[in-house]
Design a protein around this ligand. Structure first.
Ligand code: F6P
Length: 524
């Protein structure tokens, strides 16, 4: 049912009014006495939700709403491989990619785990051969640089994970990501790599994406120019669901790693799309990443809603989005290794829940996905935190940090975490006019909510749990909003218009690239 017609919605609207005279500043003090009550720990990950604006009734009403929206049934549908992506007529079974070997997870009545395992073993063997130098370039030199050519889900997840886990790698290979169609990106990359020692991974679920294909052809030309046509197969491999297009490009079947239409692009880092991760961090670490995600899957499926990390994250998010008019949600990792986590989550969240029609295509009258933005702390503090503290927007935040660092600059880590704690408190407590000594400029309203997600350490396992928690959070929000979080029709219109413009330019200039550019410039 559409959310705004439910009993739960009306109850929460009424409940919100009770918060007129309640301020986090007063609540936080009481909560400090019993911190455990406001934490859920799952192995090496803890969600601390004490900086949220709620009371026991809020949680119970939000859970009622979730029940009214059939959340339990939706989770069941997701894990049993039903066609939850109704507009594309597909399941969304990314959990099968990180399942135990003996598990049974069906899509359209077929257990997909054996296929997943078969492809995973091929990935492992290929990654091992690259890491150990068994597989070399055309001239017999060992690879030193791996370039993943892909965009969106075929880029953001692998890049984020590679950066996050770089400390854990004993691997001497340099991993690069070429995503943007801007030729400067390709040019800068080619200036810094050697064709003889570079392997390109062309990663595209569809193998039709304009940016990826253009970059892949440019890279192909670069290899051919330096090493000849025969070198293409030695210096390229592909990850895709589109075997025909990969073959046409000139990559042999044994260097193509498939995945399946039931893996959404932005949920695909656990699949063959994770090849650059596996090459970068090694097989054991990659397995740990998968195991961490599987651990979160189990928790999501089995924990009661009031103790369920993804469910609680989603319920708070719906509470702020729909009842507190929060337009934005900030992702604030106090960990430099998570520098690409906000960008990764922008796609995961905004491409999933940036919708204004329900599953049946009917317009909805309530807000859905918020604007996701962020930067690693403390950089963000000196940039956009001003608006969160004193601006007119009500914004919720997630602080994310690892308790124990992988360096010995303990003073840095203490200072980093002190800043994170201070920011969560400042947002919640604020500063009254009296405390600001009557200077209105220095008044902070406070009452800005946040979660703190603490990892024991930045291990592959804990990162796997973290990412899977957000995947499921987004699914829960979508279940409540009655939208399909697995399609992305909003990216199509711009693509179609761009193709029309390019066809027009080409028809006027045939094969003259410079003339085409001039025609386009005259149209701007
Ligand atoms: O941006 C739209 C999109 O379709 C994403 O959903 C996807 O992750 C990305 O393009 C890349 O698609 P592909 O892997 O097919 O190249």
């Amino acid at each position: 049912m559409n959310l705004d017609k439910t009993q739960g919605w009306k109850a929460l609207q009424a409940h919100k009014k009770e918060f007129k005279d309640i301020h986090l500043r007063d609540e936080l003090g009481k909560r400090q006495d019993n911190p455990k009550k406001y934490r859920i720990a799952l192995d090496g990950l803890t969600l601390d939700f004490k900086h949220n604006i709620f009371n026991r009734e809020t949680l119970s009403l939000l859970i009622d709403l979730a029940k009214e929206q059939d959340l339990e049934a939706w989770i069941q549908k997701l894990f049993s491989g039903e066609t939850v992506n109704n507009t594309e007529n597909r399941a969304a079974m990314h959990m099968a990619l990180r399942s135990l070997k003996k598990a049974k997870l069906n899509v359209n009545g077929k257990n997909v785990v054996p296929d997943v395992e078969r492809v995973r073993q091929r990935i492992y063997s290929f990654a091992k051969d690259i890491r150990t130098g068994i597989l070399c370039g055309r001239t017999g030199k060992q690879f030193t640089d791996i370039v993943n050519i892909g965009i969106g889900g075929s880029y953001l997840g692998p890049e984020m994970v590679c950066k996050a886990l770089c400390n854990d790698t004993t691997n001497a290979l340099n991993i690069h990501f070429l995503a943007n169609i801007d030729g400067h990106a390709a040019q800068m990359l080619f200036n810094n790599i050697d064709p003889e020692t570079t392997l390109f991974i062309v990663a595209s679920k569809s193998f039709t994406t304009q940016e990826t294909l253009m970059n892949a052809h440019t890279a192909r030309n670069w290899i051919v120019e330096h090493l000849g046509e025969q070198a293409v197969n030695d210096h390229f491999c592909a990850v895709s669901t589109n075997q025909t297009a990969v073959t046409e490009f000139g990559i042999d079947e044994d260097r193509m790693f498939p995945f399946w239409d039931w893996v959404g692009g932005r949920f695909s880092l656990w699949s063959s799309i994770g090849l650059p991760i596996c090459i970068a961090i090694g097989i054991e670490n990659f397995e740990e990443l998968l195991d961490g995600a599987a651990r979160m899957d189990k928790h999501f499926q089995t924990a009661s809603f009031d103790k369920n990390i993804p469910v609680l994250m989603a319920l708070f998010s719906v509470w702020y989005r729909n009842f507190w008019d929060a337009h934005g949600h900030a992702i604030l990792p106090y960990d430099q290794r998570l520098e690409r986590f906000p960008a990764y989550l922008q796609q995961l969240d905004m491409e999933s829940n940036g919708k204004s029609v329900n599953r049946d295509g009917k317009p909805i009258k309530y807000d859905t996905g918020p604007i996701i933005f962020g930067e690693p702390g403390t950089n963000g503090q000196h940039a956009f935190y001003q608006l969160i503290h004193q601006g007119t927007e009500f914004i919720s935040s997630d602080f994310i940090a690892a308790k124990h660092p992988d360096h010995e600059f303990y003073d840095h880590h203490t200072t980093l975490l002190a800043n994170m704690k201070a920011q969560a408190e400042a947002l919640a407590i604020g500063q009254t006019l009296e405390e600001a000594q009557n200077d209105q400029q220095k008044v902070f309203d406070g009452n800005r909510p946040s979660n703190i997600i603490l990892l024991e350490k930045m291990t592959p396992f804990n990162l796997g749990m973290l990412v899977a928690a957000y995947e499921h959070k987004i699914f829960v929000q979508a279940a409540l909003w009655n939208i399909n979080c697995f399609d992305q029709w909003g990216v199509e219109l711009g693509k179609t218009i761009a193709n029309g413009i390019l066809d027009n330019v080409s028809s006027q200039n045939q094969d003259n690239p410079e003339a085409k550019l001039n025609t386009l410039l005259s149209m701007l």
